[in-house]
Design a protein around this ligand. Structure first.
Ligand code: CU
Length: 255
């Protein structure tokens, strides 16, 4: 009975993917573009640490038992990983230049951003990409996944990845912070992709640090996004050859 229900669910997911997975209009990414020359514009670096004051909120355990293939890949409890804070440093914050670049146009990197599915979790959980940069989803699990992206400013996607080792690439033409990615087979699976029209973004690691390099001298709004802690902004004036440290902080009773 359970097997039949699961099989029915899988068929439903596959059917949805067939309906919704095709036909994304990525033609805007095919149009030729002329990047604004940065040289001889002098540049600098914006750095910082995303901080959390006080005790971080608890993370809930994830129950993987609905899929034995998922559960078999983990020993011990798996947490939601949606509030990773280490000694006051926030991991998985998306930091980016939100305003100040004007009408500059930037070349699109052709190296893909890779988001893997392993242990029935998305790795990385938080990623960044430039508009129209290839984003490659990989299934490294011996089970079916369904990659379901729900942007608000560009076309959604929804496709199945049944085979281990399968890959699928898409490009997102519209800037958006952040785009949620889920899996219809495993409801705990969650990723977020920040898409911006320039290369000045980063995702913090365990030390909470970020560095936005090669930023043209100027005045900027730098912002951070975190899935549970929300958004923060800071203003910075960057001179040629300078490295400016920008404070971005959560907690302290506010979160
Ligand atoms: Cu899945």
């Amino acid at each position: 009975m359970v097997a039949r229900m699961r099989a029915t669910g899988v068929l439903l997911v596959l059917s949805l993917a067939l309906v919704a997975g095709c036909g994304r209009d990525e033609s805007a990414c095919q149009a030729p573009r002329t990047p604004t020359p940065l040289d001889p514009v002098p540049t600098g670096t914006i750095t910082g640490t995303v901080a959390f004051a006080g005790p971080p909120p608890a993370m809930k355990p994830v129950t993987l038992s609905a899929d034995a293939q998922c559960a078999a890949q983990h020993q011990g409890p798996v947490l939601s990983d949606d509030a990773l804070v280490h000694d006051g440093h926030v991991e998985n914050a998306f930091v980016y230049v939100k305003d100040g670049l004007g009408a500059r146009v930037f070349a699109v990197p052709q190296a893909p951003v890779t988001i893997d599915q392993v242990g029935c979790l998305y790795h990385p959980r938080v990623a960044g990409a430039q508009t129209c940069q290839p984003i490659e989803f990989v299934n490294d699990d011996p089970t079916l996944h369904n990659v379901h992206g729900t942007p608000g400013r560009s076309a959604p996607w929804n496709f199945s990845m049944a085979l281990r080792g399968s890959k699928r690439t898409l490009r997102i033409e519209g800037p958006e912070v952040m785009i949620p990615v889920t899996c219809d087979v495993h409801p705990w699976m969650r990723a977020y992709v920040g898409v911006v029209p320039h290369p000045y973004f980063a995702v913090t690691g365990a030390d909470g640090r970020f560095a936005l390099k090669g930023v043209p001298a100027g005045e900027y709004v730098v912002a951070s996004w975190h899935e549970r802690f929300g958004a923060r902004e800071a203003h910075v004036t960057l001179g040629a050859g300078e490295t400016k440290d920008v404070p971005l902080a959560y907690g302290g009773g506010g979160n």
